[in-house]
Structure formats: structure tokens, C-alpha cells
Design a protein around this ligand. Structure first.
Ligand SMILES: [Zn+2]
Length: 197
């Protein structure tokens, strides 16, 4: 009969829910956890809880922060905004060190087939920023997928009448590639070679 230990199974099933983790890896993680000291185990569990309790969205850009307004919004040039779909995209862009502007996270892309409309992404917040912060340029850094392109064009049509220059990062990346997987050099070039849309 199979040795079925409920707490171990619970741990495996918890790890299985992590992105990119299959049952085999989840089992390895679970066994690893059982072997660590109680202090280590508590620190690990507390790190998850602490992050969950203190990290929220920056009220300006929508990226994760443990402050009311994130460091990038406090220090960056607010007249230059780089628009991305998800917080994880910023991690990739931050590798490109010489970007002195700020970000705006949409938390999604327009997708009419899945019922995702302009009201479901942080578009109103972007318009507010454009009006309040004397924005001169908005760089659309959404992925070159159908949804990413459609969202870029939609936002461009919305902002251009307001006198804001809207640019799109150059397509040094193949169709369907997620921004977060693009290497630093390619991304740096894509940002440098951005063109007006
Ligand atoms: Zn921010």
C-alpha cells in the first residue's frame, strides 16, 4: 500500500500550485522543507506571510511596493512613462539601467474575446497621470502579441489628441515573446529604437 502522509501531501499540493512547478519538483521541495530546522521553516513561512501582508500596489504606477508610493515614482522622471502589462515586466526593464522615467502597470491587456475591456485595466489611472504630471512621452512596452499591439494602439489613439507623444518599443523580439524573457541587450536596443505610433 502507498505510504500516504497527509501533511506531506498538503505541502506537495501547495508547491504544485507555484508557476512552473510540477509534481516531481513539488515533492522535492516538500521533502527539503521537512528536513530543515524549525527556525528555518518558520522564517520561510513568515517571509510569505510578511510579503503578503505588507506588499501592495503603488498608488501611482500600480507596481508592487511596501510604501504608499514606490521608489521609482518618487525618484524617476514622471513626465516620461513606460507602460507595461504586469509588474513582472518591470523587473525585465529595470535591467536596462539608464531608463530615468517612471512606469505604469495596466494589470492586463485589452482582450475583447475574453471580455477584457478598457475598464478592466488601469487606463483611467494612466489618463489621470497624463493630465496631472505634464507627461511628454508615453512608451508602450507591452508584449508584441495581438493583445499587446491592440492595447498599444488603443492607448496611442487616446493620448495623441492630448498632445502626448506615444512611442512603441522596437520589435527586436519575436512575436508572442513575453517581455520578461527578453535579454538585457535586446531590451535596451528595443527601448532606444522606439518609434512614434
Ligand atoms: Zn510607483
Amino acid at each position: 500500500m502507498k505510504n500516504f502522509i497527509v501533511p506531506v501531501e498538503k505541502l506537495i499540493s501547495a508547491f504544485s500550485r507555484l508557476p512552473g512547478v510540477g509534481r516531481k519538483t513539488a515533492t522535492r521541495y516538500a521533502y527539503y522543507c521537512i528536513n530543515i530546522s524549525e527556525t528555518e521553516a518558520r522564517n520561510f513561512a513568515n517571509a510569505i506571510i510578511e510579503a503578503k501582508e505588507t506588499v501592495h500596489y503603488c498608488k501611482v504606477c500600480g507596481n508592487f511596493t511596501d510604501q504608499e508610493v514606490c521608489q521609482t515614482c518618487l525618484r524617476g522622471d514622471r513626465s516620461l512613462i513606460c507602460v507595461v502589462a504586469e509588474p513582472k515586466d518591470i523587473l525585465a526593464l529595470e535591467k536596462v539601467s539608464d531608463f530615468g522615467g517612471t512606469y505604469h502597470v495596466l494589470h492586463g491587456l485589452l482582450n475583447p474575446l475574453e471580455g477584457k475591456t478598457a475598464n478592466d485595466i488601469r487606463l483611467k489611472e494612466l489618463l489621470c497621470r497624463v493630465n496631472e504630471d505634464k507627461v511628454t512621452e508615453v512608451i508602450m512596452a507591452t508584449s508584441p502579441t495581438v493583445e499587446g499591439e491592440a492595447t498599444a494602439i488603443y492607448i496611442s489613439n487616446l493620448l495623441k489628441p492630448l498632445g502626448v507623444k506615444v512611442t512603441r518599443i522596437a520589435q527586436g523580439v519575436s512575436l508572442g515573446t513575453d517581455i520578461e524573457y527578453v535579454d538585457e541587450v535586446t531590451l535596451s536596443r528595443a527601448l532606444e529604437d522606439r518609434r512614434e505610433i
